[in-house]
Design a protein around this ligand. Structure first.
Ligand code: HEC
Ligand code: HEC
Length: 262
């Protein structure tokens, strides 16, 4: 047994080397849903709560400037979404959703890029690039405190099932599913971290370990790599479906973006 596997096995008992499908596919109890914020030290909570100390606000401020700027685009975001336009307050709490024009599942970053190409005659911004992080942090911050509320319908349901399958599927050399850590072992410690329920309500998030702001899909890649599985690409259909599953699983949690996490 490899060392990492052993360390995790101590936590999860029989989790390693057992490729049989898991009979227990119970979703997290909706009455037990709690934000990752609850597992932070008081110092990190204080850092998140104070907009002047929260480093994520550097991106929010930058995003607010980009939002108003007409540079290199045919029209600023603010010209359509500012005063008198289509307001963006509360929008982030309703994503991911289906883009009506393409019929495809889209998250907030994807939606911002749709506006770039469809309404600004500009190129899509790179995932995990500073501009897209800044714009998504700014737009998400307009929903802070509002409850995550993605309503499933017939078009979303297949994606939801796909995301749920991903969440319950064992992967990587450690042979663990998201479910093993985030449904069954939240509140316990693993290599110095307290495992949370793995919710998405704080993203994009400033992670102290990254020393920068990062997207939810970057976090997925870290967790996949943590079990030594091959991570999916940013904005892949697998990760978008997983994002949808998490939004429904974490329904009612307040949007915290930009959160601060270890
Ligand atoms: C020329 C007008 C225009 C510009 C410029 C524009 N948008 Fe939009 N935006 C729209 C319209 C119209 C919609 C509604 C969906 C559609 O028809 O594409 C929309 C939808 C959105 C949504 C989703 C709203 C919802 O309720 O789901 C977001 C988020 C958004 N825009 C962000 C941005 C950002 C960020 C920028 C700048 C990078 C931007 N938009 C630039 C017109 C614009
Ligand atoms: C071996 C245990 C383990 C597995 C398996 C795992 N994670 Fe994590 N995950 C962690 C730890 C540890 C953290 C950091 C502490 C925390 O927030 O839970 C974390 C953090 C997260 C966060 C950030 C939560 C927040 O509040 O910022 C999300 C989202 C997440 N994981 C989703 C997933 C998903 C989706 C999967 C499956 C693809 C997965 N994790 C698999 C251990 C795991």
């Amino acid at each position: 047994m490899k060392r990492g596997c052993l360390a995790v096995a101590l936590l999860l008992l029989s989790a390693c080397g057992d490729a049989a499908p898991d009979p227990d596919r119970a979703d997290l109890d909706p009455n037990a849903v709690v934000s990752g914020y609850a597992f932070l030290t008081p110092e990190t909570q204080a850092q998140q709560d104070d907009d002047f100390l929260n480093p994520g606000f550097l991106w929010v401020d930058r995003g607010a400037k980009l939002f108003r700027s007409g540079e290199a685009v045919s029209a600023s975001c603010a010209s359509c979404h500012g005063a008198g336009g289509r307001p963006l307050e509360g929008v982030a709490a309703r994503y991911p959703r289906i883009d009506e024009a393409t019929g495809k599942l889209t998250n907030l970053e994807g939606r911002i890029n749709v506006c770039r190409t469809r309404h600004q005659a500009a190129k899509p911004l790179a995932h995990e690039g500073e501009d897209l992080l800044a714009l998504s942090a700014y737009v998400a911050s307009l929903s802070r405190g509002m409850p995550v509320s993605v309503q499933l319908d017939d078009r979303l349901r297949p994606y939801y099932e796909q995301g749920r399958d991903y969440f319950f599927t064992r992967r990587g050399q450690l042979n663990l599913a998201c479910h093993h850590c985030h449904d069954r072992n939240w509140g316990r410690s693993l290599r110095g971290d307290t495992i949370s329920q793995g919710h998405a309500n704080g993203f994009p998030t400033y992670r102290l370990e990254w020393q920068t702001l990062g997207s939810l899909h970057r976090r997925f890649r870290d967790c996949d790599t943590g079990v030594r599985a091959e991570p999916m690409s940013l904005a892949s259909e697998e990760y978008l479906a997983l994002e949808l599953y998490l939004a429904v699983r974490g329904a009612g949690l307040a949007v915290e973006a930009p959160a601060v996490r270890p």
